[in-house]
Design a protein around this ligand. Structure first.
Ligand SMILES: *Cc1c(COP(=O)(O)O)cnc(C)c1O
Length: 420
């Protein structure tokens, strides 16, 4: 059972002012998540979370995270401009991009961001772009092969294929890259890797840490480069389905600590800072998409038509991702139907749910689509002339604040050229 962080009376009041659909965020939940993460890694004095801006690029959200002591991880020019406007600067910004245009490296450097290189050839590209290489540089590692964790009868707890992923240096390129960067004057080195996405396991971060810590020891030994931080990146997941277990961030922090004590400390590297770039874990459960039932349709299947569509939340259409749906006020009713919950795009994959057990629903009912706080609104688009929704913040005192207005037709027309 998944319980929304907002009640039906609250939503009825909110929809008096703000029409559906909209994304709603839970300030208390965001702060609690950030504080727990910090506490779980408090054993590491240099610990820093660089929130992955692409997950939720909304100023009010970034401001809350900033108040909680988080930095930001950007990967594009406009994300850099956004965090600059939100008051982040210097080493509070991580720039983890790929296929990076020169202008983006220039702005990242101008803001004092830590640059995390995705490829060996970007070393020369960065030096040509800036005229020099900054004293702090990070490199992204890709071990290749297949990453597996926790074999059981049902298969592996986590499995991903770094060999098919476009990101990062090979091991050989990393050693060569560090030597080259050192010769160019780099003094502080970082090491980064992202091996698996949305992992539901307390063992992913510790396993990744083990790989990176051993690599860091080898790198320091062979190249003499001083590694100052190791960035475990994103990938800690959330239970989208009601029957999935939640990760325990304290067990995760403890697992990373044990790997640190086992590998880095004996190598004389007990001063290395641990960084994370979590997006989904920080924001996913702390946001939802609220939509209203418009129509029913009975043909070869049963359809519940709502006023949101994949342009507001792309994950189900794009990945077949599960998002739990609560029909507000009908939480205790029997699930007597099997419905597809669909939006209005002229695309048959515009379905928030397929063959989902549902209670009796009435037209006008409010649906909460759970766990849309990360990679939800931010993946929105304008296909079919659909407009992006508003974003609202449920504050800790129970009041609601508009943190992004809904798009209007004027926004849709703004980039069009009508005169010939
Ligand atoms: C997307 C991304 C993240 C965040 O990933 P989550 O799965 O949301 O935790 C972190 N770092 C980089 C480089 C990314 O591309």
């Amino acid at each position: 059972m998944k319980t929304p962080f907002v009640t039906l009376p609250q939503l009825q009041a909110i929809t008096q002012t703000y029409p559906t659909p909209f994304h709603l965020y839970d300030e208390a939940g965001i702060r609690r998540t950030a504080r727990d993460l910090k506490a779980a890694f408090a054993w590491n004095p240099g610990f820093e979370e660089y929130f992955a801006v692409k997950a939720t690029p909304t100023p009010a959200i970034l401001k809350i995270l900033r108040e909680e002591g988080c930095g930001v991880d950007c990967s594009s020019l406009t994300e850099l401009m956004l965090v600059d406007k939100c008051g982040f600067g210097g080493q509070e910004i991580m720039f983890s991009s790929n296929e990076t245009p020169a202008a983006e490296y220039r702005l990242a450097n101008q803001l004092g961001a830590i640059i995390n290189l995705d490829d060996f050839t970007h070393i020369d590209f960065l030096r040509e772009t800036l005229g020099y290489i900054p004293e702090t540089i990070s490199c992204r590692f890709n071990p290749g092969g297949v990453f597996r964790l926790g074999a059981s009868k049902e298969g592996f707890q986590v499995m991903d294929t770094p060999k098919d992923s476009k990101y990062g240096f090979t091991r050989e390129q990393l050693f060569a890259g560090y030597k080259k960067l050192k010769a160019m004057g780099v003094k502080h080195f970082g090491l980064h890797a992202f091996l698996a996405s949305n992992t539901l396991s307390n063992d992913y971060y510790p396993a990744l840490a083990g790989i990176l810590f051993e690599l860091a020891v080898d790198l320091e030994k062979e190249t003499g480069c001083k590694i100052t931080f190791i960035n475990l990146s994103g990938g800690v997941g959330i239970p989208y389905r009601p029957d999935q277990p939640k990760n325990d961030i304290f067990a995760i922090g403890e697992g990373v600590r044990r790997a640190y004590e086992r590998i880095l400390v004996p190598a004389g590297m007990g001063d290395v800072a641990i960084y994370t770039e979590l997006g989904r874990y920080m924001l996913g459960p702390n946001g939802c998409l609220v939509t209203k039932v418009l129509h029913f349709k009975h043909t070869y299947k049963e359809y519940v038509g709502v006023d949101a569509c994949a342009a507001n939340l792309m994950r189900p259409a794009m990945y077949g991702a599960y998002h739990h749906i609560t029909v507000m006020g009908k939480e205790d009713k029997p699930l007597r139907h099997v419905d597809d919950v669909v939006g209005g795009l002229c695309e048959n994959n515009d379905k928030f749910a397929v063959d989902r057990p549902m209670p009796d629903i009435d037209i006008g009912d409010l649906l909460v689509i759970h766990d849309t706080g990360a990679h939800g609104f931010s993946m929105g688009y304008n296909y079919n002339g659909r407009l992006r929704s508003a974003e609202l913040l449920l504050r800790e005192d129970g009041t609601v604040k508009l943190i992004r207005r809904a798009e209007t037709p004027e926004d849709y027309f703004a980039t069009m050229v009508f005169e010939q």
